[in-house]
Design a protein around this ligand. Structure first.
Ligand code: NDP
Length: 524
């Protein structure tokens, strides 16, 4: 039973710094401190499989962000592997698409139950993969359980409409699944992305081929095992692995009906172009540079806490982060002092430690990129109020990538750090004077993923929520994702929505059926 196996993995993961013996399930993963390990991370027809790609150059090491240790080696999927996965999904579609909603719901509820029993084990694997703190990974997995349960509920709500056309004639619409969904994820929330993309597709009767980021391949394969254990028919959820080229094969495969993609704007552009060629549905969740507006009448401590949530979860590598914080001038100095105090109190360190509040940046390359933004801010005249240094918090973490959380002040709106997505623990704080000024500045970006406002004035809060050009707006909080609320971007932050009842629109197509009750009236 998977529950037992996952728990065994958790036990192993907890004492990972010791040399461990591995049983079959455990051996698919490797914890820090152990040598390189190869394990099949590909999931096809209900089981882990070795890919057919035996090209010596076609594998990539998975490095643990926290330590730089090699966790495992993953073989990249070949074109043939991608094709096989799509064929498997296509063949599973025939029966899954006609399964009763109640049956799909039951399987998804069971999936949620198995996940709930294994939250800690899955979270530990996610921490190895991503470097995010354990408490946060657990919170993410708990959220995934909720999403799966929400989708289980949706499975029984998929319905068309009856339309009375007069003289006894009528029409009705059917909501039909699309077919094989190709899903491509980024590295910051690998498990959550696998859930957010697969559960709605599956609840609507589609089948899925999922490609995680090559930086974080581990928990997606676990997702496959959980689904299978819950009774999902073989082939409904498959996992391929590899780089952008593998994603490209998937997006261009003629039997893929829709691509749901999370990643950067440049890659999203390529995915959309690939989908345009095949006239495929496409959902894009892309980057952001979101504003958070804080008025002088706000509850200040809540605004500071909201700013922390808006900037420092997952080491700041969050698409919806409110990285441009506009503070009304009368409280600007006090706000910055309080924010800096709170940021300095964060504990940067081993993400497996329960008291760590900020873990490791995903890779050395990403850490370099973040540091280049901080350097450019300094050169352009910004002030570092705190943080922004590359550090090794503990000699045992020497190979990891750590940056102290950074607050920048004296930033002007044209600086690179104020305009481009950094995707790291860096927040810019700006003063503002009037509501109209701040709205204009907040919307002066090519992105439109999220935004927030802190104020006690409810009229103003809703006025601002209406004026912010963003897919999600938070009033007196930030970065909260209930499964009921759709999530997605305006402008270059994306197309389409994940979550909410809109999931049904996103993963079904409408067929209109006309019913003639009388004779055919033909003028020809
Ligand atoms: P990328 O766009 O670099 O990559 C995303 C995924 O696409 C990866 O699996 C990548 O593989 C793959 N890929 C690359 N090229 C292609 C291609 N031509 N066709 C198909 N797939 C391809 O993003 P990151 O992984 O670096 O993630 C960071 C970005 O994701 C940030 O901009 C962030 O804002 C955004 N993001 C958006 C979210 C949202 O919900 N709006 C949530 C989380 C992140 P490879 O790594 O090999 O290139």
């Amino acid at each position: 039973m998977l529950g037992g196996r996952v728990c065994a993995f958790l036990k192993a993961a907890r004492c990972a710094r010791l040399a461990l013996g591995w049983n079959q399930w455990q051996a698919r993963y490797i914890c820090r401190g152990t040598s390189a390990f190869t394990s099949p991370m590909h999931y096809l027809d209900g089981e882990r499989i070795e890919p057919t790609n035996t090209d010596a150059g076609g594998h990539f090491p998975i490095l643990e962000p926290a330590t730089g240790h090699k966790l495992c080696i993953v073989q990249e999927s070949s074109v043939q592997d991608v094709h096989t996965a799509v064929v498997s999904a296509k063949s599973a579609f025939a029966s899954w698409s006609t399964a009763p909603g109640a049956e799909r719901a039951q399987i998804l509820y069971k999936t949620a139950q198995i996940m709930r029993e294994n939250i800690e084990a899955i979270a530990v694997a996610e921490v190895h993969d991503t470097g995010k703190p354990l408490w946060e990974a657990k919170f993410d997995v708990e959220g995934c359980v909720d999403t799966i349960e929400y989708c289980a509920g949706l499975a029984r709500m998929i319905a068309g409409q009856h339309i009375d056309l007069g003289r006894g004639n009528f029409g009705y619409t059917r909501r039909e699944p699309l077919g094989v969904v190709g899903a491509i994820g980024a590295w910051n929330y690998p498990f959550q992305m696998a859930v957010w993309k697969s559960a709605p597709a599956i609840c609507c009767g589609n089948t899925v081929v999922y490609k995680p980021s090559p930086l974080t391949p581990i928990t997606t394969a676990i997702m496959g095992e959980v689904y299978t254990e819950a009774g999902l028919p073989n082939g409904v959820f498959n996992v391929i692995q590899g780089s952008g080229a593998v994603g490209q094969y998937l997006a261009t495969h003629p039997d893929v009906a829709k691509v749901t993609f999370t990643g950067s704007v440049p890659t999203g552009t390529k995915v959309m172009a690939a989908c345009a060629q095949g006239i495929k549905y496409v959902l894009l969740e892309l980057g952001g540079k979101s504003p958070l507006v804080i008025f002088a009448d706000c509850q200040l401590d809540n605004a500071v806490k909201g700013t922390m949530l808006a900037n420092f979860l997952t080491q700041g590598q969050v698409c919806s982060n409110g990285t441009r914080v506009y503070v009304e001038r009368p409280i600007y100095e006090t706000f910055v002092d309080k924010l800096v105090e709170r940021v300095r109190a964060m504990k940067l360190g081993d993400p497996m430690s329960e008291d760590t509040t900020m873990g490791a940046i995903i890779s050395g390359e990403q850490a370099d990129r973040i540091m280049s933004f901080i350097e450019s801010a300094k050169e352009e005249g910004a002030t570092i109020a705190t943080g922004g240094e590359r550090v090794i918090p503990d000699p045992a973490l020497a190979g990891g990538h750590y940056i102290t959380p950074c607050v920048l002040t004296d930033v002007n709106d044209d600086m690179r750090v104020a305009r481009e997505e950094i995707f790291g623990p860096v927040v810019c704080v700006f003063p503002f004077d009037t509501e109209s000024e701040v709205i204009e500045r907040a919307n002066d970006t090519e992105y439109g993923l999220a935004g927030g406002v802190f104020t006690r004035d409810l009229t103003r809060a809703h006025r601002i929520a209406a004026k912010l050009q963003a897919g999600s707006v938070y009033i007196n909080n930030y970065n909260v994702y209930p499964s009921e609320l759709p999530f997605g971007g305006y402008k270059k932050s994306g197309i389409g929505r994940e979550n909410g009842i809109l999931n049904i629109d996103a993963f079904t197509q409408v067929k209109s059926v006309y019913m003639e009750m009388g004779d055919v009236d033909s003028p020809i």
